[in-house]
Ligand binder design. Structure first.
Ligand SMILES: Nc1nc2c(ncn2[C@@H]2O[C@H](COP(=O)(O)OP(=O)(O)O)[C@@H](O)[C@H]2O)c(=O)[nH]1
Ligand SMILES: [Mg+2]
Length: 253
């Protein structure tokens, strides 16, 4: 058991180093990564389609990478915006890693790209543990998913720099309880901003782009209370980590 934990920590420690290298390399060339993370079907691609369109309208140079286990459907959808888009197929892997991202960027990332949006594999567990060299980590939840999801996936929501609610156009029909959702977000990630959006109605797009651009300009992003633990250390105690991610935890007492 200990060996499994050690191996997992070693993998994550290696990813962290790759992410730091990638972040520094991208910063040097003026590109900021926005990592979009959510469950499948919560509306990442739909929102990104609109976001890329808005960035084009505002003449902000952007690019997008989208990851899935199979199909190039999302890249085809995003490419309609006219911005450079690339599909990553993870071949069964449930998350992206910094090294994979770095390899896909080589020789592809346009020089001018100020923002690079990364649509992670649809999953609220595995991707939460992997830093992709992002400056802004956005966790999305649609109004149809239930208000308790921040409590059920505390690592994903707890490490978010920004939380986005999607599909607000149907909030009433599904009786989405916004105050309850906000209260649950606040419990796992005190102080994090929650942005309401609807790709269908074009709501909240400007706010999201503004936050991404502010992060790119070096404005401080929200600092989650939940700490990213240094990997590979000895806890000196045994306990379960948040939603089984194994290495990302609430602050220890
Ligand atoms: N009503 C409504 N449906 C949406 C919205 N955004 C996405 N959807 C629908 O939700 C489904 C999943 O969207 P998609 O963008 O593929 O989600 P992803 O798997 O997170 O990338 C599709 O049927 C979309 O049409 C929205 O703002 N409003
Ligand atoms: Mg998608």
């Amino acid at each position: 058991m200990c060996r499994v934990v050690d191996l997992k920590q070693a993998v994550l420690a290696k990813n962290d180093r790759a992410a730091d290298t990638l972040r520094a390399g991208l910063a040097a060339r003026g590109t900021t990564v926005v990592n979009l993370l959510s469950s499948p079907g919560s509306g990442k691609t739909a929102l990104l389609e609109r976001e890329l369109g808005l960035a084009r309208e505002r003449s902000v140079p952007v690019a997008a990478l989208t990851a899935d286990l199979a199909t190039e459907n999302d890249a085809a959808r995003l490419a309609r915006s006219g911005v450079p888009v690339k599909q990553i197929l993870t071949d069964g892997l449930c998350h992206l890693e910094a090294g994979m991202l770095a390899r896909h960027l080589e020789g592809w990332l346009p020089d001018a790209a100020r923002l690079l949006f990364v649509e992670n594999v649809g999953n609220l567990v595995c991707p939460a543990s992997y830093d992709l060299g992002e400056t802004l980590r956005v966790v999305l939840a649609s109004v149809t998913e239930g208000e308790d999801k921040p409590l059920k996936y505390p690592t994903a929501f707890g490490l978010a720099h920004l939380v986005v609610v999607t599909k607000t156009d149907i909030a009433e029909a599904v009786e989405f309880d916004e105050p309850e959702f906000r209260a649950n977000v606040e419990r796992v990630n005190p102080g994090v901003e929650v942005v309401l959006t609807s790709a269908r109605r074009g709501l909240g797009l400007g706010t999201l782009l503004d936050r991404a651009l502010a992060a790119a300009d070096g404005a401080p992003v929200h600092t989650p209370v939940m700490a990213r633990e240094p990997h590979g250390h000895d806890h000196g105690h045994t306990h379960d980590h948040a939603d089984g991610a194994g290495v990302l935890t609430q602050p220890h007492s």
